[in-house]
Design a protein around this ligand. Sequence first.
Ligand code: SAH
Length: 347
Amino acid sequence: MEDIVLKLREEHNLSDEEMSLLLESGRFDESLFHAADEVRRERYGGAVFLRGLIEFTNYCKNDCYYCGIRRSNKRAERYRLTPAAIYGCADEGYGLGYRTFVLQGGEDPYFNDERLCEIVSELKQRHPDCAVTLSVGERSALSYQRLFDAGADRYLLRHETADEDHYRALHPEGMSPENRKRCLFELKRIGFQVGSGFMVGSPHQKTEHLLKDLRFLRELEPDMIGIGPYIHHRETPFAAYPDGDVSLTLRLIAVLRLMFPYALIPATTALGTIDPNGRELGLKAGANVVMPNLSPVETREKYDLYENKICTGEEAAQCRGCLEARIRAAGYGIVTDIGHVRRGEQS
Ligand code: SAH
């Protein structure tokens, strides 16, 4: 094993110079991916955890420059799932072996605390052996507390970029990196299992920003870390920027596995979108979670964060079957398990 990889594996960290070298060249990839897979197997074996994604609204009050469901995209066909439709997705998912439901959406004011808490507590009542994960953006500490009290277990909120100027280059005025980070620390304090992460290859991103992302994650120590390549969307101000790079994304997944051996790291849909084999490659680089879509087929195309998103035409059952075969072929196995983090001594 290359020295630099060995050091990362043992110390869970590198100097900025070493990390830049590792990220910027493919020279260490073989050794890096091998080490990441070993570490993942030591902690989690070959298990791949399933999270059933329910994209329940594409209304959004924000206007992030990269995102296809941004407020200013007047071409987006907006939809909201009814509570009954959400429960239907979860019930179907339960039958297919899902034990975590992720409710993700734009920042839709219609889903105020009262409405969202009702949905969370109904889901927990129907499926007490399941985790409910929310991914609905920035809210007040009080709101997060109410959602937690209603039974939500986990919260996904990517920090997107830890560099202040870069953050401002990706978001309009009114959104701030401070607030994003405040939310993450509030969520953690309240007791959620917290997920964060960033896009790889977002417009204006440089290696130094990635180093800051890794440092920020070290400070936050999240349970889950989601990263995926930036992918353009024609109806955004960033339509002309190139998509993120598969190899860099895979390298970062492996680095994250070695920095955070305990973490739950998904092989994301965005990774599967820029490369037909992306999710399998993600698993081999250290990822241990997949998040198939449980949303109703009629609304899938409308949750259009970026172009050519995969699996928008498939039934939930097809998704499950297809993924299971792909994951087995990659040398791993899906487990029907709530899939909590295994921090071991490092809690
Ligand atoms: N409103 C929620 C959910 C956002 S969608 C929130 O703010 O957390 C989930 C993630 O998709 C985002 O955090 C972002 O990192 C990613 N995403 C959005 N647009 C994207 C694009 N064009 N390419 C790749 N990933 C994108």
